[in-house]
Design a protein around this ligand. Structure first.
Ligand code: SAM
Length: 362
């Protein structure tokens, strides 16, 4: 019987390659559906309840979490299938290894990665809007997504910021830490839930911080977080666009993972240039991904480029600005935009597997 392999132009199909690719796609589909269970484990506190607890039966875990045992047992079976949780059939008990707890259970660990899964609910829910957007070329605004995007973004980025922002990124900027220690004025543009803002504020008690974001629900969440942390006297959050946020004389203006989401990044950087103090610095934190598609064939490159399809590019397009960079436009494109905005000094100051940090100034 003839198969599509027989009629493929250019020769016979490599059947082994088909099988390998089929396995890859099946493995991806398993990860895609299992991701829901990871998010449930994170949001329902199942991983947290298992962390450090040693072997637990499903009934014991249900008891600890106040959840229905039948669901917990089903969830545990999926966790075992994914090798997230170990199972001892003899005692019918489950263990979350400490090493896995560091990735799934402890939101303060630098290795915590479960936050990403909160995002997925919002990304998958965007599919119909994206179908339309692909056909029309219009955007899908940041604010059009479900709340899981905003909370998930904050959860996903926070561990990386907690690990690197103060000890590595700020110290890589010339003279900025000294200013922050003496008492500086800082604007955090596109601040979202403001974890970057409050991390800096905790480290530099003599400085004042103003977070700005055009998304009101995120600003309200940031205000709640700052009130809980008791930093309200030095940290404020206001609704404002990157192109018109109030204030001047800022010693440091930061853009964490947001410049590429802005429809007018040049306008935002031009406004930042005007709002900077004479010797002020801009810090741009952008995804660590290449503008060359063929260089992104790794899990981080894949996650970042797919996020650009789902959120970053549509967000910028929805703002009807002069640009829609996507999250992998590349250093040169951003450097040119900064240069045109009057920020002529550009330096790659620091790098992690997820982010690149640029120090930018006049
Ligand atoms: C990927 S999130 C990053 C949020 C936060 N900086 C963080 O790192 O967690 C992008 C943020 O940019 C904000 N944003 C996008 N366009 C904006 C604009 N033109 N003006 C102000 N904020 C904007 C969004 O509301 C969103 O909070």
């Amino acid at each position: 019987m003839a198969t599509s392999a027989d009629v493929t132009p250019g020769g016979a199909m490599d059947e082994e390659r088909v099988q390998q690719f089929l396995e890859q796609v099946i493995s991806d589909s398993a990860a895609a559906v299992a991701g829901l269970c990871t998010s449930l484990g994170d949001r329902l506190g199942l991983y947290a309840a298992m962390a450090g607890a040693g072997p637990l039966t499903s009934a014991q875990l249900a008891d600890r979490t106040g959840l229905a045992e039948r669901y917990v047992r089903e969830w545990l079976a999926a966790q075992v299938a994914g090798e997230y949780v170990d199972y001892a059939p003899g005692t019918d008990t489950y263990v979350l290894p400490d090493e896995h707890a560091a990735v799934l259970a402890d939101q303060d660990a630098p290795t915590y990665a479960a936050g990403f899964f909160t995002l997925l609910q919002a990304l998958y829910a965007t599919e119909d809007a994206l179908m339309t957007a692909f056909r029309t070329g219009e955007g899908v605004g940041w604010e059009e997504h479900g709340p899981a995007l905003f909370a998930g973004t904050a959860k996903f980025f926070r561990p990386g910021y907690a690990a690197a922002l103060v000890p590595e990124w700020l110290t890589a900027l010339d003279g900025v830490v000294e200013k922050l220690e003496r008492g500086a004025l800082v604007a955090d543009v596109g601040c979202g839930y403001g974890y970057s803002t409050t991390l800096m504020a905790q480290a530099f008690p003599r400085s004042r911080f103003r977070g700005f974001d055009f998304h009101r629900p995120s600003v309200e969440a940031a205000r709640e977080i700052v009130a809980e942390q008791g930093l309200g006297d030095r940290v404020s959050f206001d609704v404002a666009t990157a192109q018109d946020f109030p204030g001047e004389g800022f010693d440091l203006i930061t853009f964490f993972d947001c410049l590429h989401d802005i429809g007018d990044p040049g306008g935002a950087l031009h406004h930042a240039e005007e709002a900077l103090a004479d010797d002020g610095t801009c810090m741009l934190v952008e995804p660590n991904v290449s503008e060359h598609a063929e260089e992104n064939t790794n899990p981080i490159g894949r996650a970042i480029t797919a996020s650009s399809v789902a959120v970053c590019l549509p967000s910028a397009l929805a703002q009807h600005g002069p640009q829609a960079l996507g999250n992998h436009a590349g250093e040169e494109a951003m450097r040119e935009i900064a240069d045109e905005a009057g920020l002529h000094h550009w330096r790659l100051a620091a790098e992690t597997p997820v982010n690149r940090v640029y120090a930018v100034g006049r």
